[in-house]
Design a protein around this ligand. Structure first.
Ligand SMILES: Nc1nc2c(ncn2[C@@H]2O[C@H](COP(=O)(O)OP(=O)(O)O)[C@@H](O)[C@H]2O)c(=O)[nH]1
Ligand SMILES: [Mg+2]
Length: 349
């Protein structure tokens, strides 16, 4: 293929390259214990089946739900003072100005119409409103009709990309898919090593290109391997970049183009990993990444660490990009498929 601008290089790394040289530790902390064997892995995936996913999501949204409960758990007659308190709590949960204004207006109208009288009627009312808002989304991970499904993962530094990739890949493998990883974060040696550690521990192959190599060339090699080995999924990590760094955003676009050139229709998913604890800044990130690479979905990481779980509604209303997965902790099993119904229930539990 004459258009191909890179020297093809597939440098697979079945072994770890020893300790990181730059002092950054790619190794996993003791609290990040992984299942030791594939059978343990699938056992944990089974446990996280339907009921498990509900409890995982509910666990992740505990802080947000606790904040809302401070007001909705009271048995109080609705009046202007109550509505003002409710408004504050909804802002604290990071539902964002547009959503808060719209939901509050609906609550106020129902109160004036006397269909809402007591505070304990509000949670079901808000659930119904949110259900209606969030209903039109396809939250399932795409799957190519044939050949490997390519999932390109991007985001700002430290949001949880690499960890989410490990979790997602493990989740896919546990449900029976053949998964290959690509270490497209070639910016720091420690980044590739971090993914190497994960890949070994979850028992999945990894394509690397070494530090400083062109990430688009790593992605290309990984596509080749995914085709040759008939993988179901190829999950591509990328270096963290600020949405304001135009040259790095162009690099991401190039990775995307190269993948699309090798596998028609790919990447089937371009997922942005957002750190739920950053609140409304996530909105700016989603906006910029979406302009650069046309996002197909979001992974909301670190939902466990925040009382601001309402950010998901803000993002939906602004961009109509579905949240596909949520990260709920640092362990490999701490991931759940997003479900509108489970989210809406968990918010008000
Ligand atoms: N509590 C919590 N921590 C997370 C989650 N996802 C990632 N992290 C932590 O966030 C930090 C950065 O993660 P990493 O995957 O290296 O981010 P990257 O720079 O975007 O690749 C690490 O300490 C992770 O353990 C999550 O869902 N919950
Ligand atoms: Mg990373």
């Amino acid at each position: 293929m004459s258009w191909w601008p890179f020297r093809k290089k597939t440098e697979e790394s079945p072994e770890r390259n020893g300790a990181p040289s730059d002092g950054g530790s790619p190794s996993l902390g003791e609290d990040q214990a992984l299942p030791e064997t594939p059978s343990d892995a699938s056992a944990s995936a089974r446990e996280e089946g339907d009921g498990g996913a509900l409890s995982l999501l509910a666990r992740g949204l505990k802080k947000t739900a606790a904040g809302l409960k401070q007001i909705l758990g009271l048995r109080r007659a609705i009046d202007e003072a109550f509505l003002a308190d409710l408004e504050v709590k909804m802002y604290e949960a990071d539902f964002g100005p547009d959503t808060v204004t719209a939901l509050l207006a609906a609550v106020r109208a129902a109160w004036k119409a006397e269909t809402l009288r007591e505070s304990d009627q509000i949670a079901p009312f808000l659930q119904e409103s949110l259900r209606a808002q969030l209903a039109d989304k396809d939250t399932q991970l795409a799957r190519a009709p044939s050949g490997p499904t390519v999932v390109l993962v991007c985001g700002v530094n430290g949001t949880g990309k690499t960890t989410s990739i490990a979790k997602l890949s493990h989740w896919l493998a546990a449900r029976g898919d053949k998964v290959i990883l690509a270490a497209g974060d070639t910016f720091r040696a420690a980044a590739t090593e971090q993914l190497q550690v994960w890949s070994q521990r979850i028992g999945l192959p990894l394509v690397t290109g070494g530090a400083g190599s062109d990430p688009a060339s790593v992605a290309y090699s990984a596509c080749e391997r995914a085709i040759a080995e008939q993988a179901d999924y190829l999950v591509v990590d990328t270096a963290g970049r600020l949405h304001t760094q135009a040259n790095l955003m162009r690099e991401l676009e190039k990775i995307r183009r190269v993948i699309a050139g090798r596998i028609p229709g790919a990447p089937h998913e371009t997922l942005l990993v957002l750190d739920a604890t950053t609140g409304q800044n996530a909105v700016n990130q989603a906006d910029a990444f979406n302009r650069a690479v046309a996002l197909t979905g979001l992974i909301m990481a670190k939902l466990d660490g925040t009382a601001k779980g309402g950010i998901l509604v803000t993002l939906h209303n602004r961009f109509r990009i579905p949240v596909k997965f949520v990260g709920l902790g640092e362990k490999v099993a701490d991931i759940a498929e997003f479900s509108t119904e489970k989210y809406v229930q968990a918010l008000f539990t």
